[in-house]
Design a protein around this ligand. Structure first.
Ligand code: FES
Length: 607
């Protein structure tokens, strides 16, 4: 994206999204604001962008919006252009100050943040008018009621007098947190955090316009304590000092990201008045310094489902002195605030369609709504999708094979376009799905005998070989005569690992479907959420049975919905309230104690 901010100095930004995501969504997920009042639905005709390179499809909306010369020059409506290859997109400056913002999966949010600023010109006190400074201010702000915190009261007298009684009242959740000299209503920011076990993402939001200003992500600094929530909980059980250190690590991660987005956006930390944090129950507990041990042992009880709002400083954040932090409520120990945020961002509580939401990860969270009832559950999928327990597995980083097509040749899509080093989760799913498709893996997940391989896929048969005793399929040879152990390959055991992971997940959603008396075909949309889920190939996910057997068009990459939910909570108090309502609406279904779980699991193992 080449973003013209109107300052005369366009910014170049590179983003990576799953194929098929619109240019508008790709921008919005990555903190790039494109004009819009319809929220990406193709009706406002404001999301004008210019796409360079080969001619793109033209829609009737483009024809209505642009002249033929503009169309020839690459102008299109950004919400109708899909990124199916690398694109270079010019984004013009924003023309309107929006009253609504587009967030999450096409959600339009009317701007009504908890942070409110009001510029007022006050009457100077006289002997005849001896109202206190605070009464003077509360009476001047006619549309809001509020109380004041001590910091604001301390500053008030000086600021009002020095600023000649022209001041801006800063309110967070109906509390006056500051009085600023002059009119500062255009300067109000918040930061949305997706506090993941592996990766943490921060988005700096301009609350005056609802637009994202900068996005940054980094690995959670708690990594040295273990890769998943269970190892981090165990760390606190083995060494009592770990809780404090884990909390410090969370704080350091949040602060470093805050500094990054503020620097990138050129925003003063003192202009950030609120943050929202969407994390799973363990990450939330650790960030607040709450002992997570009960989350790790049966009966898996949380200290609190709905954490109170706290000063942002309690999370280690150096922002405005009165800045507050809201932490998303959780449905249970294993369906946490990140999933509640995801439900909010994808409108699971609003949509009347039958929808299935799957956040694929080590712990996979599943939500099913038939338009009336919403059920949720968690399935322990294990580390396979993150490259763990897979021989050549790796995280989705440079060198990871992320897409695979098998035919007469092997076509690999590699992150960063470098020499393949390993296989990430989406590559793993593709590899197995393609091997099933060409007939080299049978329905039970076993590699077929070599003789059969030669007849079903002659061009690929020589790739079916062995490393030690174990049969493997070679995906990439670094040199023509490299021995299999030096290659990137998929082993028989890797296939088993994937089978267990996908069976855990598909058992989860199939039991939820059963609970509501629904069939596969009743599901109108499957939302694949999270950093891994979004990159899965829908066709491969269907082929291996990770999602119900549905036309691929019904399977949608939802992006980082936890982060989007956190943005929504900052932009709208009403939406924030919606997150709390979800706690009452959603019923959690415990799978592990169901008598039919094992049979269902075994049924789901095959392809
Ligand atoms: Fe309104 Fe594209 S966002 S038409």
């Amino acid at each position: 994206y080449r973003v013209d901010t109107g300052s005369g100095d366009p910014q170049d930004r590179q983003v990576r999204v799953p194929p098929g995501v619109t240019v508008f969504d790709a921008a919005s997920w990555n903190g790039i604001a494109i004009d819009s009042t319809c929220g990406g639905h193709g009706t406002c005709h404001k999301c004008k962008v210019r796409v360079e390179g080969d001619a793109l499809p033209i829609t009737r909306h483009d024809v209505k919006t642009f002249t033929s010369d503009q169309i020839a020059a690459g102008w299109r409506l950004g919400c109708l252009v899909k990124a199916t290859r690398d694109l270079r997109v010019d984004v013009p400056p924003l023309t309107t100050r929006p009253k609504a913002a587009t967030v999450g999966v096409g959600r339009q949010v009317i701007l009504r943040p908890a942070v409110q600023k009001r510029y007022v010109e006050l009457d100077e006190p006289t002997l005849a008018d001896q109202r206190t400074d605070l009464v003077r201010l509360t009476e001047a702000v006619t549309d809001l009621e509020f109380t004041a915190d001590l910091h604001a009261i301390r500053r008030m007298a000086t600021v009002m007098r020095q600023a000649d009684w022209k001041v801006t009242a800063v309110l967070v959740d109906e509390v006056l947190v500051d009085v600023e000299p002059g009119d500062t209503t255009d300067t109000q920011y918040a930061i949305a955090f997706d506090l993941g076990t592996t990766t943490v993402v921060a988005t700096l939001l301009d609350l005056a316009t609802g637009t994202p200003v900068a996005v940054a992500s980094m690995l959670n600094k708690q990594q040295p304590f273990g890769g998943d929530v269970i190892t981090r909980i165990s760390a606190t059980m083995m060494d009592p000092s770990s809780l404090g250190r884990l909390r410090d690590a969370a704080a350091a991660t949040l602060q470093e990201l805050a500094t990054q987005v503020l620097t990138e956006g050129g925003v003063d930390p003192a202009s950030v008045y609120e943050v929202a944090v969407a994390g799973n129950a363990t990450m939330t507990a650790l960030a607040l310094g709450i002992d997570p041990e009960p989350l790790g042992v049966a009966p898996f009880v949380m200290s609190v489902a709905q954490p109170p709002s706290v000063p942002a400083a309690d999370l280690g954040l150096a922002l405005h002195q009165g800045a507050r932090a809201m932490l998303f409520p959780a449905l249970g120990a294993y369906v946490g605030g990140d999933i509640v945020a995801g439900m909010l961002a994808s409108g699971m509580d609003r949509d009347k369609r039958c929808r299935l939401f799957i956040d694929v990860g080590t712990n996979c969270e599943i939500v099913l709504s038939d338009g009336d009832t919403i059920l949720s559950t968690a399935a322990p999928a294990g580390p396979a999708f993150e490259g763990g327990a897979i021989r050549c597995g790796m995280r989705a980083a440079d060198g990871a094979i992320e897409t695979i097509k098998l035919g007469d040749t092997v076509e690999l899509g590699v992150i960063g376009d470098v020499e393949p080093k390993g296989l990430c989760g989406s590559g793993l799913v593709d590899a197995v799905a393609e091997l099933v498709k060409v007939g080299l893996l049978d329905a039970s997940g076993r590699f077929v005998p070599n003789d059969d391989a030669a007849s079903v896929a002659p061009a690929l048969a020589d790739r079916l070989t062995a490393v030690g005793e174990e049969r493997v399929f070679v995906l990439h040879r670094p040199s023509p005569d490299a021995p299999p152990e030096e290659c990137v390959y998929l082993s028989q055991r890797d296939v088993r690992e994937l089978q267990f992971a996908k069976a855990a997940i598909s058992t989860g959603w199939s039991l939820l479907l059963e609970e509501l008396g629904l069939e596969h075909r009743d599901v109108q949309q499957v939302l694949l959420a999270g950093s891994f889920g979004s990159y899965l190939s829908p066709a491969s996910a269907v082929r291996i049975g990770l999602v119900p057997k549905l036309p691929v068009l019904r399977i949608v990459a939802a992006g980082n919905v936890a982060g989007e939910g956190a943005k929504m909570a900052l932009l709208s108090r009403r939406e924030r309230e919606g997150a709390n309502l979800l706690l009452e609406e959603v019923r959690y279904v415990e799978l592990s104690d169901r008598p039919d779980f094992n049979d269902a699991f075994v049924d789901q193992l095959g392809f």
